[in-house]
Design a protein around this ligand. Structure first.
Ligand code: AMP
Ligand code: MG
Length: 322
């Protein structure tokens, strides 16, 4: 495995070695503005197979395809008017559009006739895709079920020598995965909340509630996810500090090691929801190392708070305290 250091603002020719690995069917972990991705040539079934194997990812959970230009998007998928409008507003950025598939092999789409596509807002990622001269399929670069990686160190923690290359360009800016929306229905539906909020999308399109169905359209909706190796308790409501430390004391009396994390409380998650989002996965990975139980602050489900709570509900148990 090789580690390539790169400047997130100004990547250079060092990316070429990683692009060569992609072209030869290898696995490259790379930074995006959301989290680190584990990438392979989206048109090479054997290469994509290695992603599923390395992650231990169920075959019915499709991957997002990353492109670096609109032309590349048009080549692989059928872009309808709504998708086209959203792509012009939000690309490059943390929005993934589910559209009708044209060219992407079934292993990537988990057999669906749709494909999820995004253009990351990160110079390293865009340069890697350009130099590879093909779209790159990439889920988050963590073992299936684990918190997503926001630093190269997290990727090394999960994979070590199991992958061919990691491009290290420091910590990711957003820290939560992209918003995934289905543009093949109208109103469009949010399949996974992320940094682009429902409120922002509603300025441009009607947004409906994704109906729970027995056949999940986005299998990410189905599995337990993002979970630390220890117990996670999430408390939502007023007086988090008081309630969290009260509970921590009770657990500590029984001999458990307890970590408390909130906004300005204990392990500091930041001053606002954007900072919380950025620090969330790192906090879970830091705290699991030294605790049996994490008590974390939950937030109200508005704006990016929806994405934060979506992850916390899948990672642990959520309680209201008021
Ligand atoms: P991750 O693997 O963590 O980057 O997450 C990728 C997300 O995109 C998962 O929630 C997938 O289920 C979702 N996804 C990918 N492709 C599709 C698709 N064709 N239709 C619906 N959801 C998709
Ligand atoms: Mg993931």
């Amino acid at each position: 495995m090789i580690i390539i250091k790169s400047d997130p603002e100004n990547p250079g020719d060092e990316i070429r070695a990683a692009a060569e690995i992609i072209k030869k069917g290898g696995l490259v972990a790379f930074p995006t503005e959301t989290v680190y991705g584990l990438g392979a040539d989206a048109l090479n079934e054997d290469a994509v197979g290695k992603i599923f194997k390395a992650k231990g990812r169920p075959a019915d959970n499709p991957l997002i395809v990353h492109v670096s230009s609109f032309e590349q998007f048009y080549e692989i998928a059928d872009v309808n008017e709504i998708a086209e409008m959203l792509m012009k507003k939000f690309f490059p950025g943390p929005l993934t559009l589910v559209v009708k598939n044209k060219k992407i092999p079934k292993i990537v789409t988990a057999g669906l006739d749709t494909v999820a596509v995004r253009m990351p807002n990160h110079r390293v990622a865009l340069k890697l895709i350009d130099m590879s001269e093909r779209p790159i399929a990439a889920p988050s670069a963590n073992k299936s079920g684990r918190p997503s990686p926001t630093k190269a160190e997290h990727v090394i923690e999960d994979f070590g020598e199991e992958i061919d290359c990691i491009i290290n360009a420091g910590e990711t800016k957003i820290g939560l995965e992209s918003t995934v929306i289905d543009t093949t229905v109208y109103p469009v539906e949010i399949l996974r909340p992320g940094a682009i909020t429902k409120e922002e999308l509603e300025k441009y399109v009607e947004v409906g509630e994704a109906k729970p169905s027995s056949i999940p359209r986005s299998p990410g909706m189905k599995y337990r996810h993002y979970a630390p190796r220890c117990e996670l308790i999430v408390l939502v409501g007023k007086n988090f500090e008081e309630k969290a430390f009260e509970l921590a004391k009770e657990f500590e009396k029984k001999g458990y090691r307890v970590g408390v994390a909130g906004m300005g409380v204990g392990y500091d998650l930041g001053k606002n929801l954007e900072e919380f989002a950025k620090n969330l996965f790192k906090a879970l990975r830091d705290l699991e190392k030294v605790n049996d139980i994490i008590i974390m602050q939950g937030v109200e489900e508005v704006g990016i708070g929806r994405a934060i709570m979506n992850r916390l509900k899948k990672a642990g148990k959520v309680y209201r305290i008021d």
